[in-house]
Ligand binder design. Sequence first.
Ligand code: COA
Length: 492
Amino acid sequence: MATRKTAKSKLRANRTKAPAKKSANRVVKSAAKKPARKTVTVAARKPAAKSNGKSVPAPSAMPWGQAGRALDGVRILDFTHVQSGPTCTQLLAFMGADVIKVERPGVGDITRGQLRDVKGADSLYFTMLNGSKRSITIDSKHPKGKEILDRLVQSCDVLVENFAPGALDRMGLTFEHIHKLNPRMIVASVKGFGPGPYEDCKVYENVAQCAGGSASTTGFRDGPPLVTGAQIGDSGTGLHLALGIVAALYQRTRTGRGQKVLCAMQDGVLNLARVKLRDQQRLAHGPLTEYSQYGEGIAFGDTVPRAGNDSGGGQPGWILKCKGYENDPDAYIYFITQAPVWAAICDVIGKAEWKTDPDYATPSARLPRLKHIFDTIEQWTMTKTKFEAMDILNKLDIPCGPILSMKELAHEPSLRATGTVVEVDHPTRGTYLTVGNPIKLSDSIADVRRSPLLGEHTDEVLRDVLKYPEREIEAIKASGAITAPEKKAEAA
Ligand code: COA
């Protein structure tokens, strides 16, 4: 791909070779420009404080939360769509990265129009996964579009994509091409599968849940495999990718070069289902005694079975009905019979005799009787609402959790107070709720803003980031590289 080599663009292209800027916001970039080992921050350039025999930056004099955000200065070329990739880049944006989302002119991320609830407005599917980003439209297959993309590659630290296998290469953005333009660039990808028999497959959430071991271990023994509501394939893999990117940015401060980061959805799901691979191996040494199937005297096969609501850990647990369950599908509580608080459990449910009865007094004696035990506890929980039960059980340190509906979570004041649920305003759809940054950093306050309209920042990015002169921006508009096909005709 050709790049204009004006004096200014050469300067931009050589950004990596430029001396470190004196701004804390450039920590990641500027540090990478130095030959390894030195952590470069503004503070580091001051006489360094000594700690453990190593030079470390002096602490910022700014009050907590006012010294910028963790990823300030990191710029991301966001080539993601649907859910997995956007989850990753949205998290990085919340942490301060400048995320520039590249979308197809006139179309955009397909989710803008999927599951639409407000006519003519971007869907919640899109808005809740693309907050705090900028949007630029570029036809990546148009010659001028390719040129703009090359300049973005030269101006960004990370390219994130989750296209179908091979699509990025077909756009001409091979790793070799990218690295030639910008050796510091990190190229991060989500794919359905890693190298192997399925590597060319397109994958969506539930496919990953099925291929990663989650579906086969979820649900009840006498029912079919089940997918979960939590998007562990898409959002889970996006989270994994974000960690890989941050690690690669950190390594770049030593090596000065970028690298490929790949997260396969199958791998991400398997990582989250790791306890089930644990159980698979335990099967070779006997039955899984904490599974209620054991207490019911049902033999195990050679594969980890579905365990209903059994606890995945060593402390037996189950979901129990609470007062009002007849009319409220969420009037339930998760109850764990943790061994150290067994006496308190017996007292609260009115079974004090179980404390000394050899059939109930020890965890191993209880295992074959778990169904009866939970049925008995349920007789007590059914006399309380889930919140009344929580109040009583928490005071006794008995681990339990209410089944909270999405309606309850949407209105939960503590989640609003911590910024986990955030209300943002949007020009075409009005206010909407979104999930803010679930990762809380005490000195990097999350930046949760509404999602961008399609191409909302095209001019801004061309002008301010890529430094195209106005005259050239007009020419780009006329070329059709950033406009929808029907507008191309108008421009011609
Ligand atoms: N300008 C021009 N073309 C563009 C473009 C742009 N700005 N952005 C995307 N395209 C093109 C791509 O180049 C590709 O064209 P090609 O197939 O001719 O090379 C085309 O759009 C479609 O991309 P693709 O990724 O194949 O989309 P899809 O809708 O067919 O498939 C997925 C969607 C999610 C199944 C697929 O992208 C995938 O498997 N991704 C990896 C796994 C993943 O992330 N899955 C979870 C999604 S939540």
